[in-house]
Every structure is written in C-alpha cells, then in structure tokens.
Design a protein around this ligand. Structure first.
Ligand SMILES: Cc1cc2nc3c(=O)[nH]c(=O)nc-3n(C[C@H](O)[C@H](O)[C@H](O)COP(=O)(O)O)c2cc1C
Ligand code: SF4
Ligand code: SF4
Length: 276
C-alpha cells in the first residue's frame, strides 16, 4: 500500500474538486490518501506527515501562469524530500496555464522531490470583473458539462500516478512564452485590482462570512464597517460568496446579472469545505 498526501489551495472550489476526485480515484489503486487544504495546516504537521509518505501531490489554481501566494509561501517552507519521494503538481485553469505546473515542479525538484507529473485541468472561470469581462463564469449546466469532461482526465492522472508514468505538460516554446508573459504582469495586476474592493453598505448585512472565509485575514470589521487591508491575493472567495453580493470590485460589478459571481463546482457547493 503506497501512501500519498494531497495538499491544495483553492480560492473558489475548483482545485478542491479536482483534489477530492483525485483522492477518490487513487483508492482503487491501493494508495492510502490523506488530503488537506493548506489553510488548515501548521508546518510541524506537514513535516511529521511527510516523513512517512511515498508520493506528494500539490494542487492550486493558476493565477497568471503561476501559483497563488499562499501556495508559493507554502512551497517555500515545504520540507526537503526524505529519500526518493515522488511528486505531482497540478493546476486548475480557466483557459490557459502555459508552463505553470512545470515551473512550480522545478521548485520542488530543487528540494529533492522526483517530479512525476505536472498537469493542468480545465475548470470553470472564476475571474469576471469589469477589467476582465470577456469570459463570464457559468453557474449552470455548462459547468456540469465541463466537470464531466474533466473527471476522466483526473481518473487518468490517478492511474498514471499509480503506474509511475511520467507526464509533464507545458514544456514547449508556446508554453514557456505564454507562461513568461503572464507571470511578468500578475503581481502588479493583483495589487491594482485588489485595491479596488469596496463594500456596498446598503447591501451588507454584517453577517461576517467574508471575514471568516478570507484565506489571508484581509477583511476587518470596525465600527460596523468592513475594511480591506493590503494582504489580498485576489482569490475572489469573498466576492463570489457574499450572500448579498455586497462586495464590489469596480463600478459595474454591482450588477450581478452583468457580473455573475462564480458559485463553485456543481450545485450546492459549500465554500466552508475550503477552510475545514
Ligand atoms: C487572480 C486570478 C488569475 C487567474 N489567472 C488565470 C490564468 O492566467 N489562466 C487561466 O486559465 N485561468 C486563470 N484564472 C482562473 C482560475 O485559475 C480558474 O478559474 C481556477 O480553476 C480557479 O480555481 P479555484 O476555484 O480552486 O480557486 C485566474 C483566476 C484568478 C482569480
Ligand atoms: S459576507 Fe457580505 S454581507 Fe456578510 S459581512 Fe461580508 S460583505 Fe457583509
Ligand atoms: S479579500 Fe477576498 S479576494 Fe482577497 S484574499 Fe480575502 S477572500 Fe480572497
């Protein structure tokens, strides 16, 4: 019985969905799998668990052909490999990831992990703001259809992990070009866009949900008002899951018909699974 651990960061649920499906798909291959959101972990827990693990999986959403800051921070403190541990990196994407998984896998290779898989999975878009209005998120049958197309690819990944097959995507001139171009701009874009968060005081019912679910503790409450600090990673969790759509990102975003919020993979998705 091989021991596999899956660590993931998911802003709005897509990466959580792939990670949980992968865990299920590995069971028939006699992998004993544990799965954790990195938001719930302490470094000591990771070090203790890793000492006994054969295969590690890291999953995250692609943000401008790199990983979100919480995952990059996690990787920087990630313990070095213990012996011949293998690793899979997967990224979820809306359209294109260039060489994201490969680029991140190299960071883990430097820590001694043997890179077995670097993969991208197409999932629903969660980024729909006045600045990026060309590709609205889908919360209907179209997202179910896409999940049905992605699932067999996740099952394939499980089989390839089990058989030890190597599979690296994005290692071609176009992948490197797209990845390099996107990475050059993403940090500035996140800083600029996240400075535009506003709360519509008329809509906000002060339920506290956004404070509870923000992965970086970026939202504070003072004198019956919410304030955004400067630690936003633009995961869009608060924007997508405020029950009254009171969180705005640019003027047009007050109109939820024009700017629908992404509600996560499949009907009935509960954002609380991401912080458990
Ligand atoms: C800040 C930001 C940047 C993104 N950049 C890209 C990108 O470069 N390429 C892409 O295909 N999707 C991009 N997306 C879309 C997400 O990667 C995609 O919807 C992902 O599956 C979301 O996963 P999650 O629900 O686990 O957060 C971006 C989303 C955000 C919020
Ligand atoms: S989730 Fe929405 S309604 Fe609740 S406190 Fe935050 S902004 Fe206000
Ligand atoms: S403020 Fe909102 S978008 Fe920014 S990190 Fe927190 S939940 Fe994510």
């Amino acid at each position: 019985m091989k021991k596999t651990v899956i660590y993931y960061f998911s802003g709005t649920g897509n990466t959580w969905w792939v990670a949980t499906r992968l865990a299920e798909a590995l069971q028939p291959h006699h992998h004993q799998v544990s799965i954790h959101s990195i938001e719930t972990l302490m470094l000591e827990d990771v070090s203790a668990e890793l000492s006994d693990i054969d295969h590690v999986v890291l999953g995250f959403p692609v943000y401008g052909s790199t990983a979100p800051r919480p995952m990059l921070d996690f990787i920087h403190t990630f313990p070095a490999a213990n012996g011949r541990q293998t690793i899979t990196i997967f990224a979820t994407q809306a359209l294109a990831s260039g060489d994201t998984a490969l680029m991140i896998s190299r960071m883990l290779a430097q820590k001694g992990y043997l890179v077995q898989q670097a993969r991208h999975f197409r999932m629903m878009n969660n980024l729909h703001l006045p600045r990026f209005k060309f590709y609205p998120p889908k919360n209907d049958y179209r997202s179910e259809r896409l999940l049905a197309r992605t699932l067999p690819r996740v099952v394939d990944l499980a089989r390839e992990i089990a058989t030890g097959k190597k599979h690296i995507t994005g290692n071609n001139p176009l992948g490197h070009l797209l990845g390099g171009l996107q990475r050059r701009h993403i940090d500035a874009l996140i800083i600029k866009a996240s400075a535009e968060f506003r709360v519509d005081q008329k809509r906000c019912i002060l339920c506290g949900k956004c404070l509870r679910i923000c992965p970086t503790g970026n939202i504070r409450r003072a004198q019956e008002q919410l304030h955004f600090a400067k630690d936003c990673v633009l995961c869009l969790r608060c924007y997508s899951h405020c029950p009254t759509a009171a969180i705005l990102l640019g003027e047009g975003s007050a109109d939820v018909h024009k700017y629908p919020r992404y509600k996560g993979p499949g009907p009935g998705f509960n954002v609380d699974v991401l912080i458990k």
